[in-house]
Design a protein around this ligand. Sequence first.
Ligand code: MLT
Length: 271
Amino acid sequence: MEDSILISVPGFSQLSFRKKGSGPVLLLLHGFPEDGRLWDEVAPQLQENFTVIVPDLPGSGGSALPDSTLTVEKMAEAILAILKHEGISQAVIAGHSMGGYAALAFADRYPEMLKGLSLVHSTGTADTEEKKEQRRKSAALIRKEGGKEAFVKQMVPGLFASLFQQRYPAAVGKQIDRANEQNAESLASFQEAMALRPDRTHVIKESKVPVGWMLGKDDTTIPLEKVIGQVSQSETSFLHIYTDCGHMAMLEAPQKLSKDLLNFAAYCYNR
Ligand code: MLT
């Protein structure tokens, strides 16, 4: 993207991110199979109050896969490299789904750099054995000729609530097209990285900073009932449940999500 900043640091031949606005830092991490553009309807509403940094996680958008195996810990290292490059010592991080897994890895490793953690349709738990097996199969399919397109076509619509799918087929189609822009090796590597991630519910329990949960009532990827028990585990937490919303509040409920992120980040910096 034309307004992206590109950097090259040890371990990462190319990392791409966008930085806009001014004030304290709010970093927005996209999920799978997306890139930083996922936040396009939300970021502009946060930029008046915050310096908003939106990376493409390694392997997506303008960021290359890392030099070694992709893991959520590598994603955290990429975030660290971007913050260091910009001379930033602390940030509120909001991570959508896989971006939340990366944010939790960051919180685990570099807690002193975190002012607040928002988990947007995400969870601290690891995959079940069944889910890990499903991801291995998905990675194998994606690496086959035509497999990426088949996987994306089957997977992406289910990220949205069924009413949204019916009402906004073009918005769903746009996400399918964007997912297909990613290379197969990246999509397969993301699946494997997610399967490898450990349980990080201890990060939520031990968090010294507020944890803001943004969840969708109709989310079938991260079902509400599977995460709701984690919400009360940290010292300070906020919970927003979006009705008529699946796994994609940035597109299904962008106004509400923007307002809630704005209030959450302001609370983190002002408490
Ligand atoms: C995502 O939205 O980032 C992924 O679908 C999350 C997952 O597969 O666990």
